[in-house]
Design a protein around this ligand. Structure first.
Ligand SMILES: Cc1ncc(COP(=O)(O)O)c(C=O)c1O
Length: 398
């Protein structure tokens, strides 16, 4: 087990002024209609935005906000924001209905034709669980392919929702290829959270779905913008959605610095940025990391276009950074609230902790102006989605 903190950073030293056209898919109007849709899902409520005041004081910064996605419905992760919206859009298409005003409850009572639909996806766990959850609500079927090494807890969570899920002998990218192939062969609806040539609509709906996170954050901070946003990336759709949604809020204000965070063994976004070729590159092999949700070998084509234009720093982290984040969030200081954060959820807070407390990283902090005035926003994108491993880490059993 790699138990050392290791961080690699690629700083974007060029002036950052992304083409606004890149962010047009999440205008304020779109964001409003997306959150209105999410509000129609029974039991919707915004997840907490937790301010860790004692930790911020301890680390010498102004504010640390953590958006706690372990409280997203009963799913322990943020992913359903994307899957529910994209699947509602897809069903409208299948039924030949207008797509502009969506209401989740409409699909709960939809005609038999929805029941005939099968949704298929590749997943490290959370996205597949979200697809299975939504399919079950719609009365349709779901199939999920998971990469080698997937924990049985994550597989079981999808089975429990009635989906046909299985672990393949290949990595995440192989699972995506298989999902695409079986969708074509069987006329299933592919609900993938990564875009590639010829497959852009659903991933865009998924990113639009994620914009609700920022709609919620901005009302929770009374429109106070963070100065720094740390967003973890698997294929990059989540980070790109956060960046794009924030863009419209920061139009006439100083733009928050944006840091994309990945596991060292699956740092495909960092690799693509550092190569400076402009195109997304692939990390091959097993992509071994405890951050299962981030173990992706190829950036989403659409997300990459956004991230390469607007990211200030691309950082990769060893697993120990995620473990640090899980422990810090699970054992808070002073009156700070406890947050149960899983491996992929905790890495950004672990990174913030390391950057702020280790003088070795003064350079990165200077470059990013990470100082006593910083208002830092991180997302704990999942709770203990693998409860046994969560306990092993937090109790330091292995
Ligand atoms: C918990 C968690 N956080 C972050 C991500 C990253 O999202 P993306 O693959 O869109 O970069 C995932 C992806 O599955 C995830 O499960």
């Amino acid at each position: 087990m790699e138990n050392q903190i290791k961080i690699d950073c690629f700083l974007n030293t060029k002036e950052i002024s992304p083409d606004p056209g890149l962010f047009e898919f999440v205008t304020p109007k779109v964001m409003q209609s997306v959150i209105e849709f999410h509000k129609t899902i029974p039991h919707y409520k915004p997840t907490p935005l937790v301010e860790l005041k004692s930790l911020a004081r301890f680390l010498g910064t102004k504010t640390i906000w953590v958006k706690d996605e372990s409280r997203r419905f009963d799913l322990n992760a943020f992913k359903v924001l994307g899957a529910s919206y994209a699947m509602a859009k897809a069903v409208c298409r299948e039924l030949g209905e207008k797509e502009d005003i969506l209401n989740f409850t409409r699909f709960l009572t939809a005609s038999d034709r929805v029941g005939d639909l099968t949704f298929v996806t590749a997943t490290d766990g959370n996205h597949g669980r979200a697809v299975a959850w939504t399919a079950k609500k719609f009365g349709s079927k779901a199939v999920a392919y998971m990469p080698k090494g997937t924990s049985s807890a994550r597989l079981q969570a999808i089975h429990a929702l009635g989906a046909n899920a299985g672990i393949i002998d290949g990595n995440y990218d192989d699972a995506v290829a298989l999902a695409q192939k079986t969708a074509l062969e069987n006329n299933w609806v592919l609900v993938q959270d990564t875009a590639f040539e010829g497959y852009e609509h659903i991933p865009e709906y998924i990113m639009q779905g994620y914009s609700t996170l920022i709609s919620e954050v901005m009302s929770q901070t009374d429109d106070t913008l963070p100065t720094h946003v740390f967003a973890q990336a698997g294929v990059g759709s989540f980070a790109a959605a956060v960046m794009a949604s924030l863009y419209h809020h920061s139009a006439k204000k100083p733009r928050p610095k944006f840091v994309v965070v990945e596991p060292r063994n699956a740092a495909c976004v960092l690799k693509s940025a550092a190569a400076k070729q402009g195109c997304p590159l692939t990390v091959e092999g097993e992509l071994k990391t405890i951050m299962a949700g981030l173990a992706c070998g190829t950036p989403s084509m659409s997300a990459w276009a956004i991230l390469k234009a607007g990211t200030d720093a691309f950082i990769s982290c060893s697993d120990e950074v995620a473990r640090r984040g899980m422990r810090v969030l699970g054992n808070p200081m002073g009156k700070d609230q406890r947050i149960i954060s899983g491996e992929s959820g905790a890495v950004c807070l672990g990174l913030v902790h390391e950057l702020m407390s280790n003088p070795e990283y003064q350079d990165i902090k200077d470059q990013l102006s990470l100082d006593k005035n910083a208002r830092i926003l991180v997302f704990s994108t999942e709770g203990d989605t693998d409860p046994e491993h969560y306990r092993e880490v937090v109790w330091n059993l292995k």
